[in-house]
Design a binder for this molecule. Structure first.
Ligand code: SF4
Length: 682
């Protein structure tokens, strides 16, 4: 029952064409990395959202035909009738919880590489496909190709209806869509009725929407997903230009507008670059142009912001991809007044990185994601313990707190001892870096839950050595002592120690923020390649005379390409005047001058003057305590290391490790691990 009546509007039903959504919570199409290859995982993931109260639950891009093969990304498929049963099962599971099921029919156009089908890639005109590293050109579609495409789209819509979907999408967004390619002058150079004026370029999209109405519109709502603004400098689809004109042109043809911005890196922007609700300025015009309901996104996690979006007439539905991954039960928690139990998305894009690799989603906040079917993990429930054990957790960082929460929910008696004066381990420091404040939600969420529980004791400034651990007499011990940055320069490219490092005051991220602000020239050496070096550079650039950032790889912050941040990181560093050096390995430092060489050839470069050197290379587990426990006969069999104390990784990996270890303790021999096994036909 809704406890806060200010939030009532979020739980109103809304009509979409011939169907009615039970509330305004709309889980928009997003890939899960399961796709057609792992249908059970895909169903399990989406059913959880329906159970959690999302009024509409959507499938990701669903390829309509073999000439839209987006592999290596395992998307959904409705290529032929053999795909219908899997979709029908998904729809049944979503309907079981009272939600509507939506499917986003898509043709990747110039972004579909057709790796596995070997068919030509289609575009409105000939030209390089939208994957610059891949040397293939798109074929300009003939009138017959266009006819075939319309037929494929119509047939896929027919199959979607047969599967039982309530809402069927046409997809013209994110530059991953043939329909979007036709709209864009930079790709569409046609001189026939499908090229030239915007009216002509939008013709195919209009025809497809009309085909869908004719084919399935009696029972199914027709939705259009459209990027009203593309950030590319050579795109003229802007929210105050052609993007708006497309909405005006098609205004009431779809039953629902699902609007966003393009490219995908801007739509799925991280909290480092954009706050909650960041798309409002781009999409707010849409409701003035159409009388049909509008769904939009913006990493919404605050109920007040959601209500404001509805009351101010910006949106009719609160769309969410990432917030629905981080907390599938967000709607139910709002309804039940459990606002402080929402696992708010932190905007880190680890989920997106999974998609970039074409593997099932991982999430920093929600360790149960992608494990709903495979391991039978539920984000809100754990098996109840038959007997309440006394469990000691040493370390109050992401893995320690997640482990504590999972075991406390099961009914065990938990004690968490953190040696520092602050909860959070590495997250306490990292969330203080420029742009990363919302990362502390990982700690906030867990601490808030733990503090409400009577079977949990939390202690700060409580360093424990072996003797104290033995005296404590716990039934079981989890060591979550984290990791430290290496001080010897060993990283991912340079594997040997830099001997001079020990002679001079080389800093590492562990020395921040306690060190006095560095005012002279600071060089940051990145042989890790995630966010740390660039965030430190960004932070220090405000106070220091000169910042150099050296990367051992040919690009800056290389791994952040998977979180869609790399280009914006580079742009921001250049704006701040940071000097960027790439493909360079550090050889030595004498306290004043850095000697370096080319990463590939080993050829020495001109030395670089620098008063300070910050080394962001590898990390090492803090292993002293776990070694002592292992060497002691009394504790050898009653302890486990978790998180970075096992081996350093991302914060997401630390949370998953804490959760996984707790589940292992709870489930023991009863743990489930199912596999999706392909069927053999020959
Ligand atoms: Fe949000 Fe990060 Fe989880 Fe993605 S991985 S849903 S961005 S918390």
């Amino acid at each position: 029952m809704l406890t806060d009546h200010r939030l009532e509007t979020l739980f109103e039903s809304v009509k979409i064409g011939p169907v009615v959504a039970p509330n305004r919570f709309y889980s928009v199409p997003h890939s899960t990395g399961h796709g057609h290859l792992q249908p059970n995982g895909s169903i399990g993931h989406r059913e959880m959202k329906a159970e959690g109260g999302w009024g509409v639950v959507s499938m990701s891009i669903t390829e309509i035909a073999p000439d839209s093969d987006l592999a290596n990304h395992p998307m959904e498929r409705l290529w032929d009738d053999s795909d219908i049963p899997g979709h029908a099962r998904l729809v049944e599971r979503i309907h079981h919880h009272g939600a509507l099921a939506a499917v986003e029919l898509g043709h990747g156009g110039m972004r579909a590489r057709n790796f596995t089908t070997g068919l030509p890639v289609f575009g409105p005109s000939a030209g390089s496909i939208i994957a610059p590293e891949f040397p293939v050109s798109a074929k300009a579609m003939t009138k017959n190709d266009i006819k075939d495409f319309r037929k494929s789209h119509r047939m896929a819509a027919r199959r979607a209806k047969k599967a039982g979907y309530d809402i069927i999408y046409a997809y013209a967004a994110h530059n991953i869509s043939l329909l979007f390619n036709f709209l864009e002058l930079r790709y569409n150079k046609r001189t026939d009725e499908y090229g030239g004026s915007l009216q002509n370029r939008a013709r195919l999209l209009k025809e497809v929407l009309e085909d869908m109405h004719e084919e399935v519109g009696d029972k199914c709502a027709i939705a259009l997903r459209f990027s009203v603004h593309d950030f590319s400098s050579d795109s003229i689809l802007k929210h105050n230009g052609e993007g708006r004109e497309v909405v005006e042109l098609l205004s009431n043809i779809p039953d629902l507008w699902d609007v966003n911005v393009s490219g995908w890196s801007r739509d799925s922007s991280t909290s480092r670059f954009d706050p909650e609700g960041f798309q409002e300025n781009f999409v707010k015009f849409v409701k003035n142009v159409t009388s049909k309901p509008v769904v939009g996104v913006g990493r919404f996690t605050s109920p007040d912001t959601m209500v404001s979006q509805i009351k101010r007439g910006i949106l009719d539905f609160i769309g969410a991809a990432r917030p629905s991954i981080a907390d599938p039960f967000l709607p139910k928690k709002i309804q039940n007044g459990q606002i402080d139990s929402i696992r708010e998305c932190i905007g880190c894009n680890i989920c997106v990185s999974s998609d970039s690799y074409g593997i099932p989603l991982r999430c920093t906040q929600n360790p149960t994601v992608s494990e709903e079917w495979r391991r039978n993990w539920h984000p809100e429930q754990v098996p109840y313990a038959a007997k309440s054990d006394s469990i000691l957790i040493v370390g109050g960082g992401p893995s320690g707190l997640e482990c504590a929460l999972t075991l406390a929910r099961a009914g065990h008696r938990i004690t968490v001892a953190e040696q520092s004066s602050e909860w959070g381990g590495r997250v306490a420091f990292e969330s203080k870096l420029t742009g990363l404040a919302s990362w502390y939600r990982v700690i906030d969420y867990r601490l808030l839950q733990l503090k409400k529980m009577t079977n949990v004791s939390l202690f700060l400034e409580s360093r424990m050595d072996l003797e104290e651990i033995l005296d404590f007499g716990a039934d079981y011990i989890f060591i979550a002592s984290g990791s430290s940055w290496r001080k010897d320069g060993v990283g991912s490219v340079r594997r040997s120690e830099i001997s001079d490092f020990s002679n001079y005051a080389v800093l590492t991220p562990d020395d921040f923020p306690s060190k006095k602000i560095l005012r002279d020239t600071v060089t940051i050496y990145d042989d890790e390649h995630n966010y740390m070096a660039s965030t430190l550079a960004e932070q220090l650039a405000k106070d220091c005379k000169k910042i150099n950032l050296i990367s051992t790889l040919p690009s800056i912050a290389t791994w952040t390409q998977y979180t869609l941040e790399q280009q914006r990181i580079k742009d921001r560093l250049l704006e701040l005047g940071v000097n960027l050096f790439t493909n360079i390995v550090l050889e030595s430092w004498n306290g004043l001058e850095i000697n370096m060489s080319d990463s590939d050839t080993g050829k020495l470069k001109k030395p670089l003057k620098s008063e300070y050197l910050v080394s962001v290379s590898g990390r090492q587990s803090n292993s002293c305590l776990k070694e002592r426990l292992h060497n002691d006969l009394k504790t050898r069999n009653i302890f486990t290391s978790i998180g970075d104390a096992v081996t350093p990784g991302t914060i997401q990996m630390a949370v998953l490790s804490g959760h996984q270890s707790a589940r292992k303790y709870l489930e023991g021999e009863n743990a489930i691990f199912k596999r999706e096994v392909p069927q053999i036909y020959i």
